[in-house]
Design a protein. Structure first.
Lengths: 271, 306
C-alpha cells in the first residue's frame, strides 16, 4: 500500500546565538483515505513539518519515505516526488500569481507533470475546475485571481495541487484566511475529494474543532515535540497531556457564555 | 421569514427586557456610510446601535460587511472616499452632558477622541511605532491630552498601565519588535486605557493571536472592564468567542444590522437565517459530530474511536 512516512524528523534553525530546535523527533505515517491533523500554536513546529514534507526545508535529521523508499531531493527524483505529494498554502491571496489566469495556473502543473498536453489541456483544466465546484469551468478558467473571492481562490489552489495527480496533500491552514461562513464548504470539498480519490491528507491547523471533525488522527505539537497523539475524538474528548488541556480550555465555547465574566469577578473579589 | 428587512434588526422580548435597566453611553442612529468610488459602495446602510455603560457589545460579521466602517463612523475616523451620508452619533458623558459626535470639529474633536472613546485597531500587532519605545508611545497620549501632568506622573502612569495589562514595566524601554504578538496587543490595550475612556472600540483585537494568548487577553479585557466600567464594542467574525464574552451581539451583513439580541438569545434562539449560518460555521469542539461526519472512506476507523 502506498504510504507517506516521516521518521524521527528533526529540524534545527541556526540563530545568531545557538540554535532553535523547531521540530524534535516527529514520526507518523500518512495513508490513502486518511487525514492526520497536526495542531499547535505558532512556533510549535507544525508548519515546519509541512514544509519539510513539501521539501521547502531540509530536515536536520530523520527521513521521509514515500512508499517505503527514501524520497528524491533533487532533479528528476524530486519532480517525481512532487508528482505524488502536493501542498495547499494558507493564503490564497498570495499563492496565486495575479498576472496569470486560472487556466494558466492549472495548465502549468498539467504540462510539467506530463498529465495533459496540446488539445487535451483545456478539457483537463475544465475537469479540475469541476472537481472543485467552480462551474461553469469556462467562466472560471478565464478569470484572474483578483476577480474571485478568497474561497474561490482557495478552490483553485486545491485544483492546482490535484493537477499532477497527487496522492498526498499537505494543507497548511487551508481555511484560516477565509471568511467563516465559507470555511466549512472548503473543508467539506477537501473531505469529498479525499474520499473520491483516496487521498492522504495532512491537515495543519490551530483550530481544534475542525481538526476533530475532519481528521482521523490528531497530533498535538508543542515547541517542536509531539505531546499527544491519537484518534481525533479521543484526543479532544479525553486529553491526557497538560498542554492539550490548556489548548482545549482556551478554545471558545459558546455554551460557557457568561462564565468568563463570573470567573473574572470572583478573581477580583478574591484579590 | 424574509431575509434582510428595512424594518430594523430582528430581536426578542428578552432583549427588550435587558435594555430596560440600562444607561446608554453611546447612541448611533440611522448611520449610512458610503465610499464615494465608482460605482459608490454603500458600506453601512441605516444602522442604529446603542451602547450602554459598562457593557460588551459584540459586532459580528464577515469581511466586507461594514463592521469596521461602522466603528470608524462612531469614532469619527472615516477618511475619504468614505463619507458619513446620514445619521447621528451622540455620546452621553458620565457628567451628564450629551456630545454630538458628528458635529465635533477641530480641537473639540481632538479632545474627544481617545479621552472619551478610544480604539484598539485591527492588526494592532503592527500598529505600534517601530522607532520609538513603548514608554514614549504611552506618554505621547498623555502629553497631548493631559499637558498639565508632570514628567514623574506620566512615568508612574505608564508603569501602572503596563502592570494593568499584565506586562512587566521594565518593558517600557522596549521597542515593538522586541515584544511578542500578545505583548504588543497588551501594550495597545494599555494605550487605549491611558485616559480612562468610557468607551473602547476593539476591532479584531485578538484575531492574529494564538488561542492560548487570545484567552489571556480576553480575560484581561473582561477584568479591566469590571475594574473601570468602560463599555466595549468588540468587533470580530468569531461568533463563538463573542457568545462567550459579550452581553449583547449585533450581527451585521451587507451594511445592515440584521439581528441584535442578548448573547444568550443569539446562542439559544438565533432568528435570522444568516446568524444561524454563522453559528453553524463553527463545528462544536466537544459536542455531537452531527452534520460534520465527513465519512473518510474505507481507511476511516470511525468505529474504533468510540
Amino acid at each position: 500500500m502506498s504510504t507517506l512516512e516521516v521518521r524521527h524528523l528533526v529540524k534545527d534553525f541556526r540563530l545568531r546565538r545557538g540554535k532553535l530546535r523547531a521540530v524534535n523527533d516527529v514520526s507518523f505515517t500518512l495513508e490513502p483515505g486518511k487525514t492526520i491533523a497536526v495542531v499547535g500554536e505558532s512556533g510549535s513546529g507544525k508548519s515546519t513539518v509541512a514544509r519539510m514534507i513539501a521539501q521547502l526545508e531540509t530536515p536536520t535529521r530523520g527521513e521521509i519515505l514515500l512508499d517505503g523508499e527514501p524520497i528524491g531531493r533533487r532533479g528528476r527524483a524530486a519532480a517525481e516526488y512532487r508528482h505524488h505529494v502536493q501542498m495547499v498554502f494558507q493564503d490564497p491571496f498570495a499563492s496565486l500569481n495575479p498576472y496569470h489566469s486560472v487556466a494558466h495556473h492549472l495548465e502549468r502543473p498539467l504540462k510539467i507533470h506530463g498529465v495533459a498536453r496540446g488539445d487535451a489541456l483545456t478539457p483537463a483544466v475544465h475537469g479540475l475546475l469541476e472537481r472543485v465546484n467552480l462551474t461553469p469551468p469556462e467562466t472560471y478558467a478565464a478569470k484572474r485571481p483578483h476577480e474571485m473571492s478568497g474561497g474561490q481562490r482557495q478552490r483553485v489552489a486545491i485544483a492546482r495541487a490535484l493537477a499532477p495527480g497527487a496522492r498526498f496533500l499537505v494543507a497548511d491552514e487551508p481555511v484560516s484566511m477565509l471568511d467563516v461562513s465559507i470555511r466549512l464548504g472548503v473543508l467539506n470539498l477537501l473531505a469529498r475529494l479525499q474520499r473520491e480519490e483516496d487521498l492522504g491528507v495532512l491537515y495543519i491547523t490551530h483550530d481544534l474543532a475542525t481538526a476533530r471533525h475532519f481528521s482521523d488522527e490528531i497530533i498535538v505539537m508543542y515547541r517542536g515535540d509531539i505531546v499527544e497523539r491519537g484518534p481525533s475524538d479521543q484526543v479532544i474528548l479525553d486529553p491526557q497531556h497538560e498542554y492539550t488541556r490548556t489548548l482545549l480550555a482556551a478554545a471558545p465555547e459558546p455554551s460557557r457564555h457568561g462564565h468568563l465574566r463570573e470567573e473574572v469577578r470572583a478573581e477580583l473579589a478574591g484579590a | 421569514m424574509t431575509a434582510t428587512t428595512t424594518a430594523g434588526p430582528l430581536t426578542s422580548p428578552t432583549h427588550a427586557a435587558y435594555l430596560a435597566g440600562q444607561d446608554p453611553v453611546l447612541t448611533a442612529s440611522d448611520i449610512s456610510i458610503t465610499y464615494e468610488v465608482d460605482p459608490p459602495v454603500h458600506a453601512v446602510k441605516g444602522a442604529s446601535l446603542t451602547l450602554h455603560r459598562g457593557e460588551i457589545l459584540g459586532l459580528a460579521g464577515e469581511s466586507g460587511c461594514g463592521k469596521t466602517t461602522l466603528a470608524y463612523g462612531l469614532n469619527r475616523l472615516l477618511k475619504p472616499p468614505a463619507i458619513l451620508r446620514s445619521g447621528e452619533v451622540t455620546f452621553h458623558d458620565a457628567d451628564g452632558a450629551d456630545v454630538d459626535v458628528v458635529g465635533l470639529r477641530g480641537d473639540a474633536l481632538r479632545a474627544f477622541r481617545w479621552d472619551k472613546v478610544s480604539m484598539v485597531f485591527q492588526g494592532a500587532m503592527n500598529s505600534l511605532n517601530p522607532v520609538i519605545s513603548v514608554r514614549d508611545q504611552l506618554q505621547d497620549v498623555m502629553t497631548t491630552h493631559r499637558p498639565q501632568m508632570s514628567r514623574a506622573a506620566r512615568g508612574a502612569r505608564s508603569a501602572e498601565l503596563l502592570e494593568l495589562v499584565g506586562v512587566d514595566p521594565v518593558r517600557l524601554d522596549s521597542f515593538a519588535h522586541e515584544l511578542s504578538g500578545g505583548m504588543r496587543q497588551r501594550v495597545m490595550i494599555a494605550m487605549a486605557l491611558a485616559l480612562n475612556p468610557q468607551v473602547m472600540i476593539m476591532d479584531e483585537p485578538t484575531t492574529a493571536l494564538d488561542v492560548v494568548v487570545q484567552r489571556g487577553i480576553l480575560r484581561e479585557i473582561m477584568k479591566l472592564r469590571e475594574q473601570f466600567g468602560f463599555a466595549v464594542v468588540f468587533i470580530t467574525h468569531d461568533l463563538p468567542m463573542l457568545l462567550e464574552i459579550s452581553d449583547r451581539i449585533a450581527v451585521m451583513r451587507d451594511g445592515e444590522i440584521v439581528e441584535i439580541d442578548t448573547a444568550e438569545s443569539v446562542y439559544a434562539r438565533a432568528q435570522h437565517p444568516y446568524t444561524r449560518t454563522l453559528l453553524a460555521s463553527f463545528p462544536s469542539l466537544t459536542g455531537e459530530r452531527g452534520a460534520f461526519v465527513r465519512g473518510g472512506g474505507p481507511a476511516t476507523e470511525e468505529g474504533e474511536e468510540s
